[in-house]
Write a protein that binds this ligand. Sequence first.
Ligand code: UT7
Length: 330
Amino acid sequence: MKKINASITAVGSFLPQTVLSNLDLEKIVDTNDEWITTRTGIKERRILDKGIGTSYMAINAAKAIIEEKKINPLEIDLVIVATITPDMHATATAAFVASKIGATNAFGFDINAACSGFLYGMSTASAFIESGRYKKILLIGADKMSSIVDYTDRNTCIIFGDGAGAVLMEPNNEGLGVQDEYLRSDGNNRDLLRIEAGGSQTPITVEAVNEKKHFIYQDGKNVFKHAVSNMADASEKIMTRNSLNNTDVNFLVAHQANKRIIDATSNRMGIVDEKVLMNIHRYGNTTAATIPLILSDYESKFKKGDNIIFASFGAGFTWGAMFLKWAYNH
Ligand code: UT7
């Protein structure tokens, strides 16, 4: 019997209309366009209106796929939402999304792995498909980072933005789709990038809020060092393990946290700039959404059989790389 691979068969995305530019941020915190551009590569990000949850973006990204591919939502088996900004705690945003898009035969759950959430989700969806258990899985990466960012903290507010991207994953019998993965985590460093309050260890209290512990905090310099070494290591490992050299790789689809981290990874892989896909200048770091947003922006460039390396690093720490053969021409 032929091996079943899990392939991406459609992509969709949603971005809020409101733009927060570097010039806007200059008016809010002590920063400037030149610093942000040279240190991160970011020029602007999108911000979702207050009072609207992450599910709004996830639903719209999912609908983009359903409408483009003319999919009957009743055929969807599973909806996975990778996010660290669920609509609310103790309910899965994915369950709400599934109901709202009419996927009433599906079950849904969230994955919390921060910036690596989409890669962990691809791994999970692939396992379900490769086993033959499910055939149509909607995987969405969505985050409303503006809901957890302190807009007086220049270490974080310049980086993050809001957005959502989605892919449909289905079985492939031609050997295309996910080929290999190298995923890792290290919880010993969780304090370097975290939201302290709101969990079981430190519930939300007036004191916690006054101390701004409900906002995202990061030790940027330290996170940067770990991100560079781990993302580059993972990408190199997956290339070596699959006997891929720099010309075999058609594209690098990396988490968009900082242009310098992506450059360090692509340098280690030895691939030319044209193969390194970026949109960080337009959206900033949208956490779980960066990778599917790249897929959505560059879908027309991909050809059937292209070798794509995915790479990510984020809070947890969580990181990894995946090797996928693209399954269709747009
Ligand atoms: O997606 C999840 C994973 N997250 C990441 O991968 C983020 C990793 N970290 C980073 O991307 C970078 O560390 C930052 C962009 C957050 C910061 O860049 P950096 O090059 O590491 O800056 P730094 O914190 O070392 O600060 C360098 C200088 C400092 O000034 P002095 O002490 O040299 O005078 C900072 O005070 O830049 C100053 N600085 C700023 N200046 C203008 C820090 N933030 C800003 C700012 N605007 N926003």
